[in-house]
Ligand binder design. Structure first.
Ligand SMILES: [Zn+2]
Length: 164
């Protein structure tokens, strides 16, 4: 093809034969399956609704926090592994483990709950001893979710900041 187009999620220039999705009659192209999934979960975040710009276009973050309880607490070492694995994920702002309560703060523009659930499952598999099920169940059946985006609207530095 003759030209490239912009990934509406991360803003990267991508060739037109990359990951694609048709939404309301318009074809969007993405750099990766992750960006495609983010768009599919919440298209309005990236392209807005008629008469209103999308949060992504305004350059803001939508900060969410999800808190859940585990049947038994993670050890410090296990909590550190979880925090490191999730912290390396795009869009994760903060992870806290206090006793059997875990709270995860993330930017909905950059990470969907499904993507976090998948990553938590991978960490659980690594930890073994039934942690995959316990962690995923906890994350899905959370007891508190709040949107703190109104309090913390910050300029969006872009998903690739920090990379080379
Ligand atoms: Zn992308």
């Amino acid at each position: 093809m003759d030209s490239s187009t912009e990934d509406p999620v991360c803003g990267m220039q991508v060739s037109r034969d990359s990951f694609t999705l048709e939404h309301l009659g318009i074809r969007y192209v993405f750099c990766s399956q992750q960006c495609q999934e983010r768009f599919k979960a919440n298209p309005h975040l990236y392209i807005g609704v008629p008469g209103k710009k999308a949060p992504k276009q305004e350059g803001i973050e939508i900060i969410k926090q999800r808190r859940f309880r585990l049947e038994q607490p993670l050890t410090d070492a296990e909590a550190a592994i979880l925090a490191q694995a999730l912290g390396a994920m795009m869009g994760i702002k903060h992870i806290a483990a206090e006793g059997n309560t875990i709270s995860i703060t993330y930017d909905l523009i950059q990470a969907t709950a499904e993507q976090i659930e998948t990553r938590i499952g991978q960490v659980g598999t690594q930890l073994g001893a039934g942690w995959r099920e316990r962690l995923q169940r906890g994350f899905v059946h959370y007891f508190e979710e709040c949107e703190v985006g109104n309090l913390e609207v910050t300029p969006h530095r872009g998903p690739h900041s920090g990379a080379l």
